[in-house]
Design a protein around this ligand. Structure first.
Ligand code: GLN
Length: 309
């Protein structure tokens, strides 16, 4: 499918772009610190089989936390509902995505949900595969299945950059290992997790992934069922309750669509039955969400009454 430039979407982008000035690009992963703060692009994949974009929609970025939704879908397909949710909870947290505090206080000790780092690490740990390579290959192939088999790449430089600075995630892993939530080599798990987070795509591809979720797991172009309907439903529910970290409540009130953000500045939206949305704007607010990206969604949601509530 070709994606066409759209004038009213371009206007939204230009209206939203100035908001980026008040944020910062993430630099705790050094490779992300090189992003251009002003970059802003959006693609909307209409389930009726049209696609619109504005901005540099071909620019690639890494998925970071957006990958947590896809890893969850794969783990659920690999292990089933009961196994996955005996190791990770279903409740939102009011804490930052990388917080360790609730891990210590929840009884029995398990991460509260699959969208915070602790939960995502536990989910990645559940993905089948004999070794790191097989696990990473399976994740990449799985992501590619959302794009009708188009090649998907991992940005190894970003993955390595995160490996070098992932001490907080290491701490979460060691804590979970001590409490029997994960087992095995922590560095191995981090290698798979950082590779998963460093999967890259442009906002058109991201919109297409969102469209599959919006259509209950069905590829809007081929009609193929990519993931089970129930898995798509669980993913979208977590996107609503935990997708924007500890800003998910405010996001649900102001925008009201299932969405997942990542610290690279990406946001994936899935408007049930209507749209998949991919946004890239690397300037983040203090909670780690793309400022201009959220502004675009806010304007779009108002204009087109996208809220599911
Ligand atoms: N790879 C990042 C991390 O673990 C993902 C976090 C995010 O996008 N919020 O810190």
């Amino acid at each position: 499918m070709t994606c066409r430039s759209n004038e009213s979407l371009s206007k939204l982008v230009e209206e939203a772009r100035p908001y980026a000035a008040s944020g910062r690009v993430a630099d705790y992963i050094p490779a992300l610190g090189r992003a251009e703060k002003d970059d802003l692009s959006v693609a909307i994949f209409d389930i009726g089989n049209e696609c619109y974009y504005a901005g540099d929609y071909k620019k690639k970025f890494t998925l970071q936390s957006i990958s947590k939704v896809l890893a969850l879908a794969l783990a659920l397909s690999d292990r089933g509902f009961d196994y996955v949710f005996s190791h990770v909870g279903m409740e939102p947290t009011g804490d930052p995505f990388n917080s360790i505090s609730k891990l210590e206080t929840s009884v029995p000790s398990k991460p509260l949900n699959p969208m915070i780092n602790a939960g995502a690490l536990a989910v990645t740990h559940m993905i089948n595969g004999r070794d790191n390579k097989e696990k990473i290959d399976r994740i990449i192939r799985f992501v590619s299945s959302f794009l009708d088999g188009a090649p998907v790449t991992c940005n190894w430089e970003t993955a390595q950059s995160e490996m070098e600075t992932a001490d907080l995630n290491r701490a979460l892993c060691y804590f979970m290992k001590q409490h029997g939530i994960i087992e095995g080599d922590v560095e191995d798990l981090l290698r798979v997790y950082t590779a998963q987070c460093a999967i890259e795509m442009n906002c058109f591809d991201l919109a297409r992934v969102g469209a599959v979720l919006a259509l209950n797991g069905v590829d809007p172009e081929t009609g193929k069922q990519i993931i089970a309907e129930n898995v798509a439903r669980i993913c979208k529910t977590f996107m609503v309750t935990c997708g924007m970290y500890n800003a998910s409540g405010e996001f649900a009130i102001k925008i009201g669509i299932p969405a997942k953000s990542g610290v690279s500045g990406g946001i994936m939206g899935a408007v049930p039955g209507r749209y998949g949305i991919g946004i890239f704007g690397p300037s983040l607010d203090e909670k780690g969400n793309s400022i201009a990206g959220m502004k675009i969604l806010e304007m779009l949601a108002r204009e087109q009454q996208l809220s599911i509530f």
